[in-house]
Design a protein around this ligand. Structure first.
Ligand SMILES: [Zn+2]
Length: 246
């Protein structure tokens, strides 16, 4: 073997400078990984929500939804290009106030799953409906859940009701502090709560949900039907502005 190695030995010159020194190898040390930005974000307090967080969730790449009309006729609905493309109306201030209040009280992130919906996106979500306007299209409603409280939406409902009992403007007005229960809609499982200004609906995992809410948690719909500052009903204005059915 030695002969064999000697025969095949191939030497190569290594050029060095005269003053070169050889550094000794240090024993390996464990390096602690720096946290990723999203890991930091989880620990930090949630930032205040702003209008742009309500941006329309429509996307051009969403597949068309097709519904069959009576007979063999089908109707196709394509999604919009998203909030960045078409903008956003003024978000009703109380929506922002309430959601930020939830974040401040719980220290947890509010995740808006469906904020503003342009009329095209609204039709895409509910292709069977003839009307294309709702409280969502005018920036007066949203669907959301709270991180860490996904499975206890009733806790969030209590925080909102508590807000009306403590806020200086509403504390002495029973039309704000008292929440009535609405009769159940055919699709609902939990009776909604309503006061002069807002309506709260909890959707369970079992209920049918629109594509905006394609997650596994229960979620809350927060609808503002009365504009306190302008002293007008948003709902009745919407009904007046409805285009005639096609
Ligand atoms: Zn849109």
């Amino acid at each position: 073997m030695e002969k064999f190695y000697a025969k095949n030995e191939h030497r190569e010159k290594i050029y060095r400078f005269q003053d070169e020194i050889e550094y000794p190898l240090l024993p390996p040390q464990k390096k602690i990984r720096l946290p990723y930005p999203w890991e930091l974000a989880e620990k930090s307090a949630p930032r205040a929500l702003v209008s742009s967080d309500f941006s329309c969730k429509g996307r051009k790449q969403h597949a068309d939804r097709v519904i069959m009309l009576s007979g063999q006729e089908e109707r196709r609905f394509s999604d919009c290009e998203g909030g960045e493309a078409h903008g956003i109306p003024e978000i009703t201030p109380i929506l922002l106030t309430l959601l930020n209040h939830i974040q401040e009280t719980t220290g947890r992130h509010v995740v808006i799953t469906s904020g503003h919906r342009c009329s095209q996106h609204q039709r895409y979500l509910y292709p069977g409906d003839l009307t294309s306007s709702s409280l969502y299209t005018v920036g007066a409603a949203c669907d959301f859940y709270v991180e860490g409280l996904e499975n206890s939406p009733q806790t969030v409902i209590k925080i909102i009701q508590e807000y009306y009992r403590k806020d200086k403007q509403t504390a002495h007005d029973p039309s704000y502090t008292l929440f009535h229960r609405l009769p159940l809609d055919r699709s609902q499982v939990i009776t909604p709560w309503v006061n002069r200004e807002i309506c709260l609906i909890v959707h369970t995992e079992q209920e049918h949900r629109n594509p905006d809410n394609a997650h596994n948690h229960p979620y809350i719909s927060l609808l503002v039907h009365f504009d306190r500052l302008k002293n007008r009903s948003i709902e009745s204005e919407l009904r007046q502005a409805l285009p005639a059915a096609e």
